[in-house]
Write a protein that binds this ligand. Structure first.
Ligand code: 6PG
Length: 254
């Protein structure tokens, strides 16, 4: 696994660094005439990135026809629900750039949880033609991280952390008292590029624990993200990075 930690002064710089990275990755794909499969993260942080990508200069720079858009996780709600990750991305990005509906593969959170997971697994295996590979491989997976160290919907102590057979599962999250549909660690670790976007002082302790603490993935599930062949990048603002030691930043590169 190759990793990099980028520490930005402000959240706006986090979005700028992430938008530049997305553009670079899509440019490489479109130059080779291939499509670009990206799994979007949910929550609130990525909204700023999506808006930046939907505005100039990135709106003109990115080759949108090559995009195929997926999600790393989804809540068990309809696509127009205020908590829908799809709805957030639709409003802040997809409705503002020339991407056609057939390029967008949302998790159908309105289905029964297990049905939604099985359906999405089928879509991933169709769209990201696994061939002889066991796992669908994304060009880029964007991830966030909660203050408890969860990522996607891989929450501490939940069954999905130990999933080794499925690419997508319906994960029961007791503290939310609901299922979440999520990609599993194997799929996250099959991606060519995985990028965490994390901001805010409330995340600092988890960032330190995940990156510099002992391996405790049941407690800090973001530690499960170790791409087998891909690049792992953490883009942090200063607040989220405030408990990191300089040793880590040096060893991981800036
Ligand atoms: C979700 C996300 C989740 C999110 C983190 C961080 O569906 O909520 O996929 O993993 O990335 O909870 O969320 P914020 O960026 O809003 O802090």
């Amino acid at each position: 696994m190759r990793g990099m930690v980028m520490v930005c002064q402000t959240l706006e710089e986090v979005f700028e660094a992430a938008a530049h990275l997305v553009w670079e990755k899509t440019a490489a794909c479109s130059a080779s005439g291939s499509s670009f499969s990206i799994a979007l993260s949910g929550g609130s942080t990525p909204r700023g990135l999506f808006r930046l990508l939907a505005a100039e200069p990135y709106r003109s720079r990115c080759h949108w026809p090559s995009f195929r858009v997926f999600w790393g996780d989804e809540r068990c709600v309809p696509p127009d629900h205020p908590e829908s990750n799809y709805r957030m991305a639709k409003e802040s990005l997809l409705d503002r750039v020339p991407i056609l509906p057939q390029q967008v593969f949302r998790i159908e959170g309105e289905r029964k949880a297990e049905e939604a997971a099985l359906h999405y697994e089928r879509i991933l295996r169709e769209q990201l033609a696994c061939g002889d590979r066991a796992w669908p491989r994304f060009d880029l997976i964007l991830l966030g991280m909660g203050a408890d160290g969860h990522t996607a919907s891989l929450f501490p102590g939940t069954a999905a952390l130990r999933e080794t057979e499925r690419a997508v599962v319906a994960n029961w999250v007791e503290k939310l008292h609901s299922h979440r549909i999520t990609l599993t660690p194997e799929v996250l670790n099959s991606a060519k590029d995985v990028v965490f976007l994390v901001s805010g002082q409330d995340k600092a302790a988890a960032v330190h624990a995940v990156l510099e603490g002992p391996a405790q993935p049941q407690i800090y599930p973001s530690q499960l993200v170790k791409p087998s062949f891909g690049q792992l990048t953490w883009i942090l603002d200063q607040s989220a990075a405030s408990l990191l030691t300089s040793t880590l930043l040096t060893s991981w590169g800036k």
